[in-house]
Design a protein around this ligand. Structure first.
Ligand SMILES: [Zn+2]
Length: 253
């Protein structure tokens, strides 16, 4: 059985550990980079996978995110993988794209991700205000878009979560799940970034511990310059080897 109260507590616990308050929207990619020993790889993992998490006994770990998914979905995947990293005893997790499916640990990681990105008290408060404004007991589709934009989460993930609240019933929820909302979000004045993947040329990237280790190995004379470049190229960091085409040097701002 999925223990929702426990998942909510764990989400609040990890937010606190990572220096976040209990209610605000968060920059999850940048927060994840503050976790010691963690390498993050963005890679197009195909149609069926959303991400994976691999841990080692030595404390080094790796999270891979399917970068061919939309930004909102990638943010959700990162929160899902943080559950495996921090609360799952399995050393290796490979995660399916479909939300709220598969074995219990996967459903738990999805619910955790939802609580982590959309803390319950803040979500309920927002939903209450939106329905009050509407003069209705139920959220309209535009309200759901406002919620997903505020917390930075995919449309599907927002709808699933709101269906766990009194503000979105089964019938409306199921109907909203099948709606494409990019155009509607734009009409409300939002950026459509949440609903788009990165351009294909930018879908391969590595950040975090691996890069730091390679840099340090070179600095300490443990590897040759050739090996250094090879290791960075393996991690899709040609920008660090050859410099970035578009960059006009470091800007101080
Ligand atoms: Zn998973």
């Amino acid at each position: 059985m999925i223990d929702y109260a426990l998942l909510m507590t764990q989400a609040a616990m990890l937010r606190r550990e990572l220096g976040e308050d209990s209610s605000s929207p968060i920059d999850i990619f940048s927060i994840a980079l503050s976790i010691e020993g963690l390498t993050i790889v963005y890679y197009p993992l195909g149609e069926n996978l959303s991400g994976m998490c691999i841990k080692s006994q030595q404390g080094n770990s790796l999270i891979a995110i399917n970068s061919a998914m939309t930004l909102g979905r990638q943010r959700f995947s990162m929160a899902h993988e943080l559950y495996h990293l921090r609360f799952d005893d399995n050393m290796i997790s490979v995660c399916a794209k479909k939300i709220n499916s598969g074995i219990e640990i996967e459903k738990s990681a999805d619910m955790f991700a939802s609580y982590f990105l959309m803390p319950d008290a803040a979500l309920m408060e927002m939903a209450r205000k939106l329905t009050e404004k509407n003069g209705s007991k139920q959220l309209a589709l535009n309200d759901v878009i406002r919620v997903e934009q505020y917390f930075g989460i995919s449309h599907q993930a927002a709808v699933y979560r709101l269906m766990h609240t009194p503000y979105l019933g089964l019938e409306n929820g199921n109907a909203f799940l099948t709606e494409a909302v990019r155009g509607k979000a734009e009409a409300l004045g939002y950026s459509s970034a949440l609903y788009r993947p990165l351009p294909e040329a930018n879908q391969h990237m590595t950040y975090g511990n691996y890069i730091h280790q390679v840099e340090e190995a070179l600095e300490r004379g443990l590897i040759s310059n050739g090996k250094y470049e090879e290791l960075l190229m393996d991690a899709f960091r040609s920008d660090l080897v050859y410099g970035d085409d578009e960059e006009e040097g470091d800007v101080i701002d």
